[in-house]
Design a protein. Structure first.
Length: 208
């Protein structure tokens, strides 16, 4: 059972190298939320976080009496708690499509990134995952020429999930070819976004 949060301000326990934590930090920055971001690394978990999160995982968000420890739940909560600017469409069909895109990003791209980044992954697994991720990104690149954001006219939670993976391409040892120009232009626009810059940890800044 979650322990009541004693903090007077919102707190995010965040691994500065983790892309799931990064997506939550982007949402917080987009919303302009005042939050204490507490870096958690190398398995050194503060007692306050362990009391709030029975799984001892990051990200962990504390907001008054509420404790959250799933990145996607956090993002949707923050979008509802701080409605401006909205990061999910208003209409149910469009919202469902956005949620489904988030799930596809996780299954198709986050899964592969996790394999590449995992210390326990075998070299053959890493090579295969890197090849699959690179080819998949190249394959969808033309889509990014159709709209200013990922399959949307507005910046959304979908972009918040995708940007951390794209930011980590150097870490993943993936270089995009010239034919992926629409995706590269999308990356340039997103990386220059004020909230994305504000969301970066020192670890992430050092990647680029």
């Amino acid at each position: 059972m979650a322990v009541a949060n004693k903090r007077s301000t919102m707190a995010l326990f965040s691994d500065p190298s983790d892309h799931y934590c990064h997506r939550v930090r982007i949402v917080l920055a987009e919303k302009g939320v005042t939050v204490d971001v507490i870096d958690v690394q190398n398995g050194k978990y503060p007692e306050e976080m362990l009391e709030a999160n029975p799984y001892g995982t990051t990200p962990t968000l504390l907001d008054r009496e509420l404790n959250l420890y799933n990145a996607n739940v956090m993002m949707e909560y923050l979008d509802e708690r701080f409605p401006h600017p909205p990061l999910l469409p208003v209409y149910p069909v469009a919202r469902a499509n956005s949620r489904q895109l988030v799930q596809r990003i996780e299954r198709d791209w986050c899964r592969l990134a996790d394999i590449i980044l995992a210390a326990k992954s075998k070299p053959a697994e890493v090579t295969a995952a890197r090849k699959e991720l690179r080819e998949s990104l190249i394959g969808v690149s033309p889509i990014f020429a159709e709209m200013p954001f990922f399959m949307s006219e507005e910046f959304s939670l979908v972009d918040c999930c995708l940007i951390p993976i794209l930011w980590r391409l150097p870490l993943l040892d993936i270089e995009l070819p010239r034919q992926a120009k629409p995706l590269q232009e999308y990356m340039e626009r997103m990386f220059a976004r004020e909230a994305v810059q504000a969301s970066l940890s020192k670890f992430e800044r050092d990647l680029r």
